[in-house]
Design a binder for this molecule. Structure first.
Ligand SMILES: [Zn+2]
Length: 343
């Protein structure tokens, strides 16, 4: 009887080795451990044994049954693991693949980038270099070096973001600090433009945004006058809005130029007649400019008795809004693809 039990145990273990899937495993389990299985068959025979022997054989039978059950459990676990591995290899997902129904296609440049690159090409053709500067700027370069001392009211007009723990650093409020940086880096004569992002602490609305783009220009050489400036600005205006575009310069105060001017171009929509875009005036305000203040030249290491120069700044964001008829500045930094895909 005992040897029969041992035989059954060995047969079960051998049979388990050949099993490869859950289905045949279950069939084998019923065959051996089922209610009418081989184990039950042996147990039934035990009833015919004498009391003493039945005790001994019963203990052995329980042991064998336990061993077979354990072997089955182990095999079941293995089969499940193998099945899971097989399923995973079949259901492998490429998480970088675009979602079904979404066609990424080829993107397009942001409208600000398009206008910026167009102007960079224009200025490069006139011998300007394209300079760059940090967006996190020292208070010195952003204000003090540009003739805006700490107590100057112009600082109030350009409320910006200060950096906690670094009271001398600001997010630059304009691209003008790169005027000084360019003078120090490249010396004179100098012809440079500086396109870039600027920041102001604004309550945002359709016309105000905390982040916007400017395009700064600076020209320094011996004998540079206001008429050189007008010539360059007129070239830019005609490039942007057509050959019949005129410009007019009206005095305006900027701390870093003297004299300073507010530059307007004839409205490209109504050609100067007056419309909704230009508020019936026929003119659009698109830039600020002026002859660089002697103090600013000195800060850049340039002798104002020998050299003179002019500087100008376009609101690049404003140019884009005018060009495409965008009525809300917040679209430009909003990152909404429905907006951006239109350009
Ligand atoms: Zn108009």
């Amino acid at each position: 009887m005992k040897s029969q039990l041992e035989q059954l145990k060995q047969a079960a273990i051998d049979a388990l080795k050949t099993v490869t899937d859950n289905e045949s495993l279950e069939r084998l389990r019923v065959e051996i451990l089922g209610r009418k299985g081989k184990m039950a068959e042996l147990m039934k025979q035990m009833a015919t044994l004498a009391d003493e022997e039945r005790k001994l054989v019963g203990a052995a039978a329980n042991e064998v049954k336990g061993a077979i059950e354990a072997a089955f459990a182990e095999k079941a676990e293995m089969a499940e693991g193998a099945e899971r591995a097989e399923r995973l290899s079949r259901e492998w997902i490429d998480v970088t693949e675009p979602a079904i129904g979404v066609r990424s296609g080829i993107g397009n440049l942001h409208p600000v980038t398009q206008v910026r690159e167009d102007l960079e090409d224009l200025f490069a053709s006139m011998g300007f270099i394209v300079a760059d500067g940090p967006e996190l700027e020292s208070e010195y370069f952003n204000f003090t070096a540009l003739n805006i001392p700490p107590t100057h009211p112009a600082r109030d007009m350009q409320d910006t973001f200060y950096i906690e723990g670094h009271p001398d650093m600001v997010m630059r409020t304009h691209t003008s600090p790169v005027q000084i940086r360019s003078m120090k880096k490249y010396g004179v004569p100098l012809r440079a433009i500086v396109p870039g992002r600027c920041f102001r602490n604004e309550a945002t609305d359709v016309r105000h945004e905390h982040t916007f783009h400017q395009l700064e220009g600076v020209v320094i050489d011996k004998g540079i006058t206001l008429s050189h400036m007008k010539g360059v600005l007129e070239t830019v205006a005609k490039h942007l809005y057509g050959a019949d575009t005129q410009i007019r310069l009206r005095p305006k105060f900027y701390p870093f130029v003297e004299p300073g001017v507010n530059g307007e171009v004839t409205c490209f929509l109504c050609k100067g007649v007056g419309c909704r875009l230009c508020k019936k005036s026929g003119w659009l305000e698109v830039f600020g400019a002026g002859m660089i203040h002697p103090n600013v030249l000195r800060e850049g290491g340039v002798d104002p008795d020998v050299y003179s120069g002019f500087a100008f700044g376009f609101g690049l964001t404003r140019l884009v809004m005018l060009k495409y008829g965008i009525d809300d500045i917040r679209h430009l930094e909003g990152g909404d693809l429905r907006f951006l895909k239109q350009f």
